[in-house]
Design a protein around this ligand. Structure first.
Ligand SMILES: [Zn+2]
Length: 415
């Protein structure tokens, strides 16, 4: 009898485990309209997902797990440039006076939550060591958040240099010190390298790393199999970065037609930020003003920058074969509103809605060397999916109206 009960208990245990695992395995979604992220568009489609992976995309009738026939289904959105941990403190200011590490982690967790709830299933943070802590907290506690890639640290013209005498001008890093910094970033868990080749737009955007320094840093990163995202505003800093073999240029606010063409010729990814970062700074001016280079002059430079950047973006669109990725430079105040960049790119920059969507999905996945896992709705890829109300091809602002989000086959937001 005891033996019988034991066998029965084991059987029930196994059956329960199977029942638990099986329904979660196969999931079907009916979409009224499907934009596949690679430029394709279809109507009334069923997507079948098994174990978190898309196994088929096709027409089918019958009941489905998620009936999204009233909505447009797209691949999960990707933002290649965020600062996921940046937030305003309890006093409403950016310097977060008196915060504990736990307060900071909680704020970052909230940024991650609102980012994914608004359709962004992958972000690239460029980046700080705390990103690693955030990523493991989200995983450990199964909290809603995007996949996070991080540079862990940022490298500039002084990284790794010996400190100069007090009062002496800052010491530049040697090429070997920069190569060392790249290796240390990799050892510290960096998915990519973030470099500063120019000053901030608040400080004029002039080249800060020398050509030789860029060659050392980007050369070492490439030898280590890492991508290099380079903050560069002036044409000189962009040109030097591209010629040094760096893989992606961020911002490029003062890019000339010549350097736009150079990026296209060399296959360098370009991440212009026209729709969110500067606008967000101006909207939240009181929360930043007086901290670091957030001065009145800095704000004046950013305000003047908005039309300059928009003009640059229009010229970028006219540059044949230029690979424009999606990045917002989301800072404190901007998280959860990452899609505003796409809306400005289309409504003010003149980008075609389908091109903006491809940039937001498959092009950004390619820039991260992740085309085989994310960025499109296709068999074999992860089921990172977003449904929105309306048709974004007719009205790009439909992307604001997210009703459904799935990451790796798990629905985290439902209509
Ligand atoms: Zn940034």
């Amino acid at each position: 009898m005891t033996r019988f009960l034991f066998v029965l208990a084991s059987f029930v245990g196994i059956a329960a485990a199977l029942a638990d695992a099986q329904p979660a395995q196969r999931v079907t979604i009916r979409a009224g309209r499907l934009l596949d992220g690679r430029g394709g568009s279809r109507e009334n489609v069923v997507v079948t997902i098994d174990g978190g992976t898309i196994v088929s995309v096709g027409g089918a009738s019958g009941p489905v797990t998620h009936d999204l026939s009233k909505y447009t289904l797209l691949p999960g959105f990707i933002d290649t440039h965020v600062h996921i941990g940046w937030h305003f403190g309890k006093d409403g200011r950016f310097d977060n006076t008196g915060e504990t590490p736990d307060d900071r982690l909680k704020a970052a967790i909230e940024n991650a939550r609102i980012t994914v709830m608004n359709g962004f299933t992958t972000v690239q943070s460029v980046g700080e060591a705390r990103d690693l802590e955030l990523r493991s907290a989200l995983e450990k506690e199964s909290l809603p958040g995007p996949r996070i890639l991080t540079s862990v640290r940022q490298i500039n013209e002084r990284t790794g240099a010996q400190r100069g005498e007090r009062g002496a001008p800052p010491v530049l890093a040697t090429p070997e010190q920069l190569r060392q910094a790249v290796r240390e970033a990799k050892a510290g868990g960096a998915d990519l390298i973030k470099l500063f080749a120019s000053a901030s737009i608040r400080d004029g955007g002039k080249q800060t790393m020398t050509d030789e320094q860029l060659q050392a840093a980007c050369g070492e990163a490439s030898a280590q199999g890492l991508r290099t995202l380079v903050h560069a505003h002036s044409p000189e800093s962009i040109k030097a970065s591209v010629l040094a073999g760096c893989t992606q240029i961020e911002h490029g606010n003062f890019a000339t037609d010549e350097v736009l063409k150079l990026m296209a010729d060399k296959g360098t990814y370009f991440d212009p930020n026209v729709g969110l970062v500067l606008q967000n700074y101006l909207e939240n001016k009181a929360k930043f003003l007086g901290i670091g280079n957030y001065t009145e002059e800095g704000f004046a430079a950013m305000e003047k920058g908005i039309p300059v950047v928009l003009d640059m973006f229009k010229r970028a669109l006219r540059t044949p074969k230029l690979k424009i990725v999606y990045g917002t430079d989301a800072v404190a105040g901007a998280h959860g509103r990452n899609i505003e960049e796409a809306i400005v790119r289309v409504t003010q920059g003149g980008q075609k809605p389908m091109d903006a969507i491809v940039s937001l999905t498959s092009m950004s996945a390619a820039s991260m060397r992740k085309s085989d896992t994310i960025g499109a709705i296709a068999p074999g890829l992860q089921a990172d999916l977003v449904a929105v109300e309306g048709n974004p091809l007719a009205d790009i602002t439909a992307l604001r109206h997210v009703v459904f989000v799935m990451k790796g086959g798990k629905a985290i937001r439902k209509p």
